[in-house]
Design a protein around this ligand. Structure first.
Ligand code: PEP
Length: 255
């Protein structure tokens, strides 16, 4: 059974004061904390504040938004998987489309980061997704295949998919207010799972959690989470509002 994961990516937003006030408002109905996982990925500089103020909400896990693949060294501005673990992180996003587009992150880099995170005992959240031009050209599946093969399947040995989270994030839906339809999300997540099944077998593919991300909000979460291939969501903008993210976290309860 794949435990649903509701993840928030704060991107470059939030200070220690934001964290304090956010935690006063964010809440999850009792009972859901056993059956779902909740994750917040704030900027690195707010991790310590979350560790300090987040004791009241121990069911919320912490994640980084990126990591270098080396453990230490002359890499100015970077943080390593071990440093994230030290800061209280259990997860880390890799290959976010903003990093691919703005910071030239390649599938090879994504793969190195993913393996380094696994080696440090963190769960990578590996993002893949096509641009609008690629979708309109009918290239969605070939783009996803390239990203999954280059980002995950090139690993030496068999990557343990039960320790990896994938996120299907169509670039055209990120921060645009334009959400993929529930059907598009389900089809793409199903396609990613099929690629993993073909390469690593049924049991491995059944163990991986595949999230949808792209303009998720309280108004569309129920329909997205009702799709069989969607195991959770990665939420950007709407995760910055504690009331909205509380609604998303409580999907399916009518809250
Ligand atoms: C994201 O940052 O991963 C994301 C999906 O953003 P948004 O929800 O704002 O589209």
């Amino acid at each position: 059974m794949r435990k649903p994961l509701v993840a928030g990516n704060w991107k470059m937003h939030g200070t220690s004061e934001t964290v304090r006030t956010y935690l006063e408002k964010f809440s999850v109905p009792p009972g859901l904390t056993e059956e779902r996982e909740f994750l917040i990925c704030p900027p690195f500089t707010a991790l310590a504040a979350w560790k300090e103020h987040g004791r009241s909400k121990p069911y919320v896990m912490l994640g980084g938004q990126d990591a270098h693949w080396e453990e230490k060294g002359a890499y100015t501005g970077e943080v390593s998987p071990g440093m994230l673990r030290d800061a209280g992180c259990a997860y880390c996003i890799v290959g976010h489309s903003e990093r691919r587009a703005m910071f030239h992150e390649t599938d090879e880099m994504v793969n190195r980061k993913m393996n380094a995170l696994l080696g440090a005992g963190l769960t990578p959240v590996v993002c893949v997704g096509e641009t609008l031009a690629q979708r309109e050209a009918g290239e969605t599946e070939s783009v996803l295949r390239t990203q999954v093969e280059g980002g995950i399947l090139t690993s030496k040995g068999r990557p343990d998919l039960s320790r990896i989270v994938m996120a299907y994030e169509p670039v055209w839906a990120i921060g645009t207010g334009r959400t993929a339809t529930a059907r598009q999300a389900d089809e793409a997540c199903g396609f990613i799972r099929r690629l993993l099944r073909e390469a690593l077998g049924e049991a491995a593919a059944a163990s991986v959690r595949i999230l949808y991300g792209g303009s998720v909000k309280g108004a569309n979460i129920d329909e997205l989470m009702a799709q069989p291939e969607v195991d959770g969501v990665l939420v950007g903008g709407a995760s910055l509002d504690p009331d909205e993210f509380s609604r998303i976290a409580a999907y399916g309860t009518g809250r």
